[in-house]
Design a protein around this ligand. Structure first.
Ligand code: GLV
Ligand code: GLV
Length: 324
């Protein structure tokens, strides 16, 4: 059996890989495995330990002749052609739940950092502009008691709602399906997207990338938000029309945006959004705590072992593969 790791993974858990297995790993830290290497190495691989920067499309599947299991170290799987995987009988495993708290915490981090203008403030000190305490110096927005609108009430949204409740926030949500059980359990209320945008002081995007969610935040939608409101995206960049976001932010149609994800990653330094004082951008680090990443590696590995042993994965994205 050959397991292909598309990234350098250094973990004692790798010692659990049976000695007779072959392990091929791309070892350049924080660089993606070049496409030609990926296609070459997957051609005789039985399992792949992938991540969100690998494009597992129809070309990939044409090369993956022996592949029995795909395990991605991520919750999102918009980089994987699931139809192709299912058609070929390949289960796709991912790593939800263990990262929900970390991603929700990053959403809160961006909410706080935007609300209190933390990055701008530090820049101000660095530039030696601080002359004295000022009555309204860097006056921002309050979080306690404000209204949070969550777009996409899944695993992460529910955790974020709980955390927000501890800050005495009112929480509303928009979702493909209304979830009355969660409404009762967490004391949150359902809204259509437009109403959520009009009412909320903080809007957090958690809807996954799909055809349905492509650019669900456009100029019309951002314009519905209050001038004092803050937009945070910790999901996928494709949910947001970045040109529209730039326009609204530069017109001060909303207060600020905190962005962990972008339409094209890595975002380039000359991107218009990065020229704005009311944008805080971080490099797709939603789940990046040491503890969470360790757990993601553990689950992604377990998914591989289960898959190679013809057992059900811990978390299968394409459940229908088991019915074929
Ligand atoms: C991160 O974006 C993930 O999908 O895990
Ligand atoms: C601020 O530092 C205050 O004392 O109000």
């Amino acid at each position: 059996m050959k397991i292909l790791f598309t990234r350098l993974i250094q973990s004692p858990l790798l010692e659990q890989i049976p000695k007779e297995y072959e392990v091929v790993m791309w070892e350049e830290e924080n660089k993606i495995m070049p496409r030609n290497e990926l296609l070459k190495e997957v051609s005789d691989a039985d399992a792949i330990f992938a991540n969100l920067t690998d494009r597992l499309d129809s070309e990939f599947f044409e090369h993956a002749k022996k592949l029995k299991i795909i395990s991605t170290m991520a919750v999102g799987f918009d980089n994987i052609d699931l139809q192709e995987a299912t058609k070929r009988g390949i289960p796709v495993g991912h790593t939800p739940d263990v990262l929900s708290e970390a991603v929700a915490e990053l959403a809160l981090t961006l909410m706080f950092a935007c609300a209190r203008r933390v990055v701008e403030s530090m820049q101000f000190i660095r530039e030696n502009k601080w002359e004295s305490w000022g009555p309204y110096l860097f006056a921002g927005q309050k979080i306690s008691g404000a209204k949070l609108g969550i777009i996409g009430m899944g695993r992460i949204g529910k955790i974020l709602a709980k955390q927000a409740k501890a800050l005495n926030m009112e929480v509303v949500y928009a979702n493909r399906r209304r979830d009355e059980e969660t409404e009762k359990a967490l004391n949150v209320q359902f809204r259509d997207l437009d109403s959520l945008l009009k009412e909320s002081d903080y809007v957090v995007m958690l809807a996954p990338a799909s055809e349905e969610t492509y650019h669900i935040m456009g100029y019309r939608e951002f314009s519905l938000m209050k001038a004092t409101s803050i937009f945070v995206n910790v999901s996928r960049g494709s949910t947001v029309d970045e040109e529209a976001l730039y326009k609204v932010l530069s017109e001060h149609g909303i207060f600020a945006a905190g962005l962990d994800v972008f339409e094209i990653e890595p975002i380039q330094k000359d991107h218009p959004l990065l020229s704005l004082d009311n944008v805080i951008a971080v490099p797709h680090i939603g789940s990046a705590t040491k503890e969470t990443r360790d757990k993601m590696v553990e689950i992604a590995l377990k998914n591989i072992f289960n898959g190679l042993n013809n057992e059900q994965l811990l978390y299968t994205v394409n459940e229908e593969v088991y019915k074929i």
